[in-house]
Design a protein around this ligand. Structure first.
Ligand SMILES: Nc1ncnc2c1ncn2[C@@H]1O[C@H](COP(=O)(O)OP(=O)(O)OP(=O)(O)O)[C@@H](O)[C@H]1O
Length: 255
């Protein structure tokens, strides 16, 4: 199994060094009239953990979906690891997403009939890639699933299922891991473990993480947070605190 130093070295050896994620003037309009994202620009450097917060309906999920290639912006540009994602046809976008983007959901989305091990390798098998046993072994150790690989998702706790989902999303070594309310279904202690894991992935493995959350305490575990309001980035905070974020959200609610 490869050591952590070697893994760090591999990531640093990446020649492109483009930001992990770039959004340029990204706009999303529904029915030609309803503007949900309004010229959003954002750059996330490699190894950074960014939280996205905002009132309900402000456009957080739309932003995450456009940034991760699950949806295509109406105009503007999205780049992941320097590769243009927006404007591709559905097939090309799917292929790029499988290789360079990881996604975890509040509801884990593991396949119930497959074992943990089969779940972890499923996306690689779907894209015809060969699993890197050393990397997968390292991931499994890191997320604390060694010894549970033969179980089915229903035989795991919620926290273990989310860890399996995180490991699965990292199996292809994506440029960015997107997480949509990853702790929304977990109790406080288990949520704290998952947030620690995301932070450590960023700090120790240079894994870029972009997470939508409603919880200021969860967002405060990130390196930075942006607050979305009415489809625009209202504030960008380095080293956010839960109190500051909570105050900003309350102020937005009063507008
Ligand atoms: N497919 C769609 N067609 C039309 N309007 C949509 C569509 N998807 C989202 N919207 C609208 O876009 C706006 C932003 O939605 P979005 O889900 O991005 O907000 P959010 O900040 O993630 O909200 P929440 O915190 O409640 O999940 C809302 O007004 C929503 O009704």
């Amino acid at each position: 199994m490869k050591g952590l130093t070697a893994l760090r070295g591999e990531r640093r050896a990446d020649p492109t060094r483009a930001p992990a994620l770039e959004l340029r003037e990204v706009t999303k309009t529904y029915d030609g009239a309803h503007t949900v994202l309004d010229r959003v620009s954002l750059e996330v450097r490699r190894g950074s953990f960014l939280a996205i917060m905002g009132p309900s309906g402000s456009g957080k999920s739309t932003l995450l979906h456009c940034a991760s290639g699950m949806d295509d912006p109406t105009s503007g540009e999205v780049r992941v690891g320097g590769r243009r994602l927006s404007g591709l046809n559905e097939t090309k976008r799917t292929l790029l997403r499988r290789k360079h983007i990881g996604f975890v959901f509040q509801s884990y989305n593991l396949m119930p009939s497959l074992t943990v091990e089969e779940n972890l390798t499923l996306p690689l098998r779907l894209s015809g890639a060969t699993a890197d046993g050393g990397w997968l072994g390292h991931l499994v150790e890191r997320v604390g699933l060694a010894g549970l690989l033969d179980r089915r998702p229903a035989e795991l706790s919620g926290g273990q299922q989310q860890r399996a989902a995180i490991a699965r999303s990292l199996a292809a070594r994506p440029d960015v891991l997107f997480a949509d309310e990853p702790t929304g279904a977990l109790d406080l202690d288990t949520a704290a473990d998952v947030l620690d894991l995301l932070r450590e992935l960023a700090d120790e493995w240079e894994q870029t993480v972009v997470m939508v959350t409603h919880d200021p305490a969860a967002a405060a575990r990130a390196h930075a947070a942006c607050v979305v309001a009415d489809g625009r980035i209202d504030a960008y905070l380095d080293h956010p605190t839960a109190d500051d974020l909570a105050h900003r959200l309350t102020a937005l609610g009063r507008r």
